[in-house]
Ligand binder design. Structure first.
Ligand code: IMP
Length: 424
């Protein structure tokens, strides 16, 4: 059975968690394949909001297995906190949550290194979530990292110490002022490691392979978005993993010819949190309205998100890189009330008009060319089927489908599970 993928097509925060939760009824296994607690996947049901950082978004369904794949980086302290919250809600995760032995562990010193690196960059900082993501992936590719499977070895604490000591000398090298109490952080870390060790560690690539043979349905859940991909994103203002479809192959051990549907999720407009270029960013009333109505604050850091019009050039690029087969448009409801909507359908780039994402998209190189649409005033949040959509929304959707040559199969009209409209 092929593995389906679900990915964000913009700069993250598209609403992946909600859609994974909605789709989990169709899947036996939900598997995260990259990223770590820099992610914040928000789910709303029965009037309650839940935020997950590392745990897959299928965890609220009794029958689904939730796998944290080898490509993910785990902060045991944040992981334990997530588990505590699940437990408080009576979720019995012990039988349904598995962790790959090959997943890497975020050490307290990785977070400190992140802070030191960002502080040393000054104005050129990435705007990292400071969860230790970059330094942990650096240790992975540098072949120094500590993996979940290492916790089963008798000398793992010595390995930990060697790595943490090295980090401390690196922090000193940065020569920046960061205040920390490592002993305190380590105490919490070791307590959390004990909790992590009580969970089921597996050889996840073998598990996924056997599950496919047994015709189990598997959904791979991406984190962040394609424009934050380490290779294809707006480098260096990106995260440190492959957030695109290829990342699911390396982050789970799934062969490329075993990928089925690729669900691409995008917001009806665009947001970005952290630094980096954003051609359609708005600094006016329209941007402020999107931020307010869309409640655009980071689920992990609480930082306000930058808002702007939909960038079709960037979206097309993300569809290409990922091989998207179905699109899901989120937060259509936030655009209700705009008299005119704009979609970026070209860039002015070094005196020329282009229709692809070039190497440089900084404001000095690129300015957006917009196509305008009539807006709609109807409130979409109470709608339950596509036949209720206003004509202007249908026109907006049809235009995107035509330009992207991919069907939009879901339109989300609010944060709740119930506010999800399937289109034929
Ligand atoms: P890091 O991955 O925490 O180092 O952050 C690198 C960049 O990616 C920063 O601009 C972050 O704001 C952004 N980023 C990381 N994770 C997410 C996410 O889940 N949603 C949106 N932006 C993210």
């Amino acid at each position: 059975m092929a593995v389906d993928l679900l990915l964000g097509l913009q700069w993250g925060d598209e609403g992946k968690g909600k859609i994974v939760d909605v789709l989990t009824n169709n899947y036996n296994i939900i598997a995260r394949f990259q990223g770590g607690p820099n992610a914040g996947h928000t789910l709303v049901f029965n009037g309650k909001k839940h935020v997950l950082h590392t745990i897959p978004s299928g965890i609220f369904h009794d029958d689904a297995i939730n796998l944290v794949g080898n490509g993910v980086v785990i902060d045991p302290v944040i992981f334990k906190d997530e588990l505590d919250k699940l437990e408080a809600q009576g979720i019995d995760y012990r039988k349904t949550l598995f962790i790959s032995r090959k997943a890497h562990i975020i050490l307290p010193t990785h977070c400190l290194l992140d802070a030191a690196s960002e502080a040393s960059k000054g104005k050129a900082k990435i705007g990292s979530t400071l969860k230790g993501i970059g330094p942990t992936y650096m240790d992975k590719t540098g072949r120094n990292g500590l993996r979940v499977g290492d916790l089963e070895l008798s000398d793992w604490k010595e390995r930990y110490r060697t790595l943490a000591d090295k980090h401390e000398s690196m922090i000193a090298y940065y020569n920046v002022d960061i205040d920390y109490n490592l002993e305190e952080r380590e105490q919490k870390f070791f307590e959390a490691i004990d909790v992590l060790k009580s969970l089921k560690f597996i050889d996840s690539e073998e598990y996924v392979y056997q599950a496919q043979k047994e015709k189990k349905t598997i959904l791979a859940e991406g984190a962040q978005g394609s424009l934050l991909d380490i290779d294809f994103g707006t480098y260096p203002f990106v995260t440190s993993s492959n957030t695109t479809a290829a990342g699911a192959c390396t982050g789970l051990g799934v062969a490329p010819n075993q990928i089925g549907e690729v669900f691409g999720i995008f917001k009806a407009y665009t947001t970005r949190v952290g630094s980096g270029p954003f051609p359609t960013e708005l600094f006016d009333e329209d941007g402020a309205t999107m931020a307010k109505v869309g409640n655009e604050f980071g689920a992990t850091t609480g930082r306000p998100r930058r808002c702007g019009w939909l960038d079709l050039i960037a979206l097309k690029y993300a569809c290409q890189v990922n091989g998207v087969t179905q699109l899901m448009m989120m937060k259509g409801d936030v655009l209700s009330g705009f008299k005119t909507l704009k979609v970026c359908t070209g860039y002015k780039y070094k005196g020329e008009v282009i229709h692809h994402l070039p190497y440089n998209i900084e404001p000095e190189n690129v300015s957006p060319i917009y196509t305008e649409f009539e807006g709609w005033s109807e409130d979409l949040t109470e709608m339950s089927e596509a036949s209720q959509f206003p004509k202007a929304l249908n026109d907006y959707i049809s235009f995107l489908e035509k330009e992207l040559e991919i069907p939009i199969t879901i339109v989300s009209v609010g944060p709740d599970r119930k506010q999800t409209i399937f289109r034929k």
